[in-house]
Design a protein around this ligand. Structure first.
Ligand code: FES
Length: 127
């Protein structure tokens, strides 16, 4: 059985933003909207995504545990058509929105890596 990986603190990742960096403003995300966010420092890159869903917001590393590709292709869409799961566009793996567990597809039982964040004054910041 797989366990969820520990929360990812972006400030601990080479190339990641320091704690307190703006990831996204909630007002820029429609209901069930997502946002692909790329942080760059020199040659290093850290790619995460934000997903609003129901009354909550989730942030994950944008890296599928199957082949380590980003979940999306070229847009901010991370939900499946039914809008009840996250989907990897490369081979169709489905993940629960709440905890990033793969519930169908080639990496069944594995998890997306959740990012540590806080919401303050209507915006999402890294921790
Ligand atoms: S890379 Fe995501 S399902 Fe294969």
């Amino acid at each position: 059985m797989h366990k969820p990986p520990p929360l990812l603190r972006l400030g601990d990742v080479p190339g990641g933003p320091e704690a307190g960096t703006l990831i996204a403003r909630l007002a820029d995300l429609p209901t069930h909207g997502g946002k692909d966010v790329l942080f760059k420092k020199d040659e290093l890159r850290v790619n995460v995504f934000v997903q609003r869903w129901q009354n909550d917001v989730f942030v994950y590393e944008n890296c599928c545990p199957h082949a380590h590709t980003p979940l999306n292709l070229a847009n901010d869409r991370f939900l499946n058509l039914s809008e009840n799961a996250l989907i990897c566009r490369t081979h169709g793996a489905l993940f629960t929105i709440e905890d990033g567990k793969c519930i169908g597809g080639p990496c069944q039982g594995q998890y997306l890596r959740a990012v540590d964040f806080e919401v303050k004054s209507g915006a999402i910041y890294s921790k």
